[in-house]
Design a binder for this molecule. Structure first.
Ligand code: GLY
Length: 421
């Protein structure tokens, strides 16, 4: 089959790479992709917002399946437009993508269907929000309702910090419309894990559990980022806890969306907090995680193209999805100034080839002459593979030692939590 991946980041590089080695896939296109993705896909110079042009390209080239990587096109309704043109899509409709596009929508649905998550309030008025904060106390979590590129969440350790976040979002217009309503949640203590699942509208098949590292600095210090590194499998989500999460969170949410008339198709991402009372939802995302994808997909056995097509056509079977008995770790190399700013145009020095035990996925690079240069906050995801996590991490960090660019920053403690017990 011919598959078209929408997007140009590290997640989409990993998806296109994995599709390119799927037995059922004869051709991968990337819209628009990145220069690095050109190694595994044919790049198509169309922007996803040029819907008519995109549909014409997909029809002319007899593309069998579109895989939408990022949240923005999903929240904008790209899957609906493609489905209307009878093109199968791996990715949810605009209605179902509200699960990520609106925190209020997600929290209200969880409340309605008794899906475990933190208690919360919804506010558009600064004074009312501050009263709620004063009453609840810190630590407390403030979230912009809409999409904010991973930056719309503040885990405030003090009431003052929470008040500043609320002012920033509601009166400071920090995230524009996306922050004109906020969700304020009770803080949940525990360790986080990301559980992604393939979904075909009703059947939900979990992937291997991963753990992200959201803060910029070692020891989970500094501001939140899109994710500075991941590893899988994550031992914090034991088989028993994963089964619990499937029974109490992922399957009920997919069932709820079907009942609400917006069946969910694609990758459902549950960000979980493993609390003393079991797994609870931190957030849902309507797409693969970045950089979770970079560690999950290399461990997949089975034909990703077939699995995704089965999701898009409502015929997913659990037996299609199998996992290797090994581990993967991803270290993100970020550019100077990230996450507040990012630098562009710094030459990336070092060996960027792919080997059996290490893979480099490009998150934000472009080709200038013969050199890749930085082109965004997160630049590269360096993935190590091994029979266990220690080996995978050693291989990833060994590879990192041979890559360099001006202002390069990365965490040195990816995977450390897996060894703490
Ligand atoms: N790694 C977090 C996310 O993809 O949202």
């Amino acid at each position: 089959m011919k598959v078209c991946v929408i997007g140009n980041g590290g997640r989409e590089h990993a998806i296109a790479w994995r599709l390119s080695i799927s037995p059922s896939v004869e051709k991968v296109y990337a819209v628009p992709g990145s220069a690095a993705m050109g190694g595994v896909a044919e790049l198509v110079g169309i922007d996803w917002t040029q819907t008519d042009l995109l549909i014409r390209f997909l029809k002319d080239n007899k593309v069998d399946l579109v895989v939408v990587g990022p949240e923005a096109p999903l929240v904008a309704g790209l899957a609906d437009d493609l489905n209307k043109a009878s093109i199968p899509v791996f990715g949810p409709s605009k209605a179902a993508a509200q699960l990520e596009g609106s925190k209020v929508f997600a929290k209200d649905l969880m409340k309605k269907y008794n899906i475990p998550t933190a208690a919360y309030g919804v506010f558009s008025d600064v004074d009312e929000a501050k009263q709620f904060i004063a009453h609840t106390g810190a630590p407390i979590v403030v979230k912009a309702d809409g999409l904010a590129a991973g930056k719309g969440v503040v885990v405030a350790m003090t009431v003052e910090e929470a008040n500043v976040a609320v002012e920033d979002m509601l009166s400071g217009n920090r995230f524009g419309d996306a922050g004109s309503t906020v969700v304020i949640e009770k803080f949940m203590a525990g360790e986080e894990a990301s559980l992604l699942a393939f979904v075909d509208g009703k059947t939900v098949v979990p992937m291997i559990a991963a753990q992200d590292h959201k803060r910029i600095f070692d020891g989970d210090k500094g501001p939140n980022t899109g994710g500075m590194g991941t590893y899988a499998p994550a031992p914090v989500l034991t088989d028993a806890l994963r089964d619990t999460a499937m029974k109490t969170i992922l399957q009920p949410m997919v069932d709820a969306l079907a009942v609400e008339g917006m069946p969910y198709v694609g990758c459902l991402y549950a960000g979980l907090m493993i609390t003393d009372q079991g797994p609870k939802v931190v957030e849902f995302n309507a797409r693969f995680g970045d950089p979770e994808t970079q560690v999950v997909l290399p461990l997949l056995e089975g034909d990703l193209g077939q699995i995704m097509l089965s999701c898009a056509t409502g015929s997913l079977e659990p037996k299609q999805v199998k996992w290797k008995d090994s581990s993967a770790a991803c270290v993100i190399l970020a550019s100077k100034g990230y996450p507040e700013t990012s630098s562009k145009g710094d030459v990336v020095h070092g060996e960027l080839k792919q080997y059996d035990t290490t893979i480099i996925f490009h998150s934000g690079t472009k080709l200038e002459g013969e050199h890749f240069v930085t082109n965004g906050g997160r630049v590269l995801g360096v993935v190590g593979l091994g029979k266990n996590l220690r080996t995978a991490l050693d291989r990833a960090y060994e590879r990192v030692n041979h890559i360099e660019f001006e202002g390069m920053q990365y965490r040195t403690d990816i995977g450390a939590k897996a060894f703490k017990n």
